[in-house]
Design a protein around this ligand. Structure first.
Ligand code: LLP
Length: 415
């Protein structure tokens, strides 16, 4: 469910016609809906009512400061994977006690920053990292709270680039190493093991891989108890999928119910790290048709948004629904919708059926709120798009459009 709806044949972002926003802010343009963010966060978080839990929004999905602030006000914690994300979360006013830090390659200065901020815990992914965190904590005379990320070796049945919980993936520790890790953690003077963590992948459209992973984690939790290692937090990561096209992912309520069932009676606080399910359908990318052309083989619609603005179709072959901003009753054609970048991999859609647009028409690319702007770049020296946050009839420029000077702002030695 989201608040991008057609009224009288044209697309609105909450109470404002998208066409009007483009008149003022130009294209390519990311538009987010505050009401949708709120609705998604509340639907997700309330699915775990009755269970001690903390919903740590995964900052990587959409890290705009306005978005983080909005979610923080609703009570969200944050899942971060870099010093930069820590910086953003703190700037957004998130309590460090609600921040968990994941990722296989934390650098020393990032560990120091997180320790100084006194975050809730580090999700540790290797024994060497554990030793490093101990070392940095010793220097600061602090105790680092940690959990170890277990690789539960389950297949999340999603795109290989976003599967993380299989034996062949770089993430987490296999059970044997994890046991060794907890024993080491107990011995290290500046480490306090308080949690157990896993994250098996992203855009999961069924509950069973989560439950399989949870069974394995709970089994391991029992083993830890026997070893006198007392865990208080169970972090199950993120990964719940959304509808881009025909997918029918479980509703958060169903997900919550299934997890509550398995966790009842256990003295554990559940941590969840949802990203896409909160942000994905809370944003669209609006683009303008520059030209259309026909080749011997195909119809092309050339638009002003490109793979530098939204890389998901190029990188994962992923589907984003694309529709005219002002409904167009023209003939349906099959076309590739492509950007101006000099690569054949630069497309937003391939072989897509769409009412034939004409030059200057606006198209909305849906489900672009997660892993859209955060994965954007300046490739081909294209200034990055602007981001707007709409709340009813109120517009906030959440990030201004970059200008040419932004492209060279850090190259002053070469001027
Ligand atoms: N926690 C950890 C440790 C993660 O690695 C991720 C995502 C999440 C939570 C949030 O997962 P979500 O709820 O959003 O599925 N760029 C890709 C997605 C990469 C996901 C990486 N990790 C895409 O555009 O599909």
């Amino acid at each position: 469910m989201h608040y991008f709806e057609y009224k009288n044949g044209e697309l609105f972002a909450e109470d404002i016609p998208v066409r009007k926003l483009v008149e003022e802010y130009d294209t390519p343009l990311y538009i987010y809906s505050a009401k949708t963010f709120k609705r998604h966060f509340e639907a997700f978080d309330s699915a775990f009512e009755g269970l001690k839990h903390l919903t740590c929004y995964s900052v990587k999905a959409n890290s705009n400061l306005c978005v983080l602030k909005l979610l923080g006000k609703l009570g969200a914690g944050m899942d971060i994977v870099s010093g930069g994300e820590l910086f953003r979360a703190l700037k957004a006013g998130i309590s460090p006690q609600k921040i968990v830090y994941s990722g296989v390659g934390k650098r020393e200065h990032e560990i120091r920053e997180a320790l100084l901020a006194d975050i809730l815990m580090f999700n540790v992914e290797s024994l060497e990292e554990l030793e490093k965190i101990n070392e940095v904590a010793r220097d600061l005379n602090k105790k680092a709270r940690i959990s170890l990320r277990i690789n539960p070796e389950v297949d999340p049945q999603t795109h290989p680039y976003i599967s993380t919980g299989m034996e062949k993936n770089k993430f987490g520790l296999a059970r044997e190493f994890a046991l060794q890790g907890y024993k080491l953690a107990k011995e290290l003077s500046h480490i306090e093991p308080i949690g157990i963590d896993c994250h098996i992948g992203s855009q999961l459209t069924s509950i069973s891989p989560f439950l399989d992973a949870l069974d394995k984690i709970l089994d391991f939790y029992e083993e830890l108890k026997k070893q006198d290692i007392n865990i208080q937090y169970l972090d199950l990561g993120g990964g719940l999928g959304i509808t881009y096209n025909q997918e029918e992912p479980p509703h958060p309520l169903e997900f919550g119910k299934a997890l509550k069932e398995k966790l009842k009676g256990l003295d554990l606080t559940l941590i969840l790290e949802p990203g896409r399910v909160i942000a994905g359908n809370a944003g669209i990318l609006v683009t303008r048709v520059l030209y259309t052309k026909k080749t011997k083989k195909k119809n092309f619609i050339i638009v002003d948004a490109a793979m530098n603005d939204l890389i998901r179709p190029s990188l994962y072959g992923s589907y984003h629904k694309i529709s005219p901003v002002v409904e167009n009753k023209g003939e349906i054609i099959t076309a590739d919708i492509v950007g101006p970048i000099c690569e054949s991999g630069d497309f937003l859609a391939q072989d897509r059926e769409i009412p034939a647009p004409t030059k200057d028409d606006l198209l909305a690319v849906f489900s672009a709120g997660a892993y859209g702007f955060t994965m954007s770049s300046q490739y081909n020296s294209r200034p990055r798009a602007a981001e707007l946050l709409i709340d009813g009839d109120k517009v906030t420029v959440a990030r201004r459009r970059e200008v040419y000077l932004d492209l060279i702002a850090l190259e002053d030695n070469c001027l």
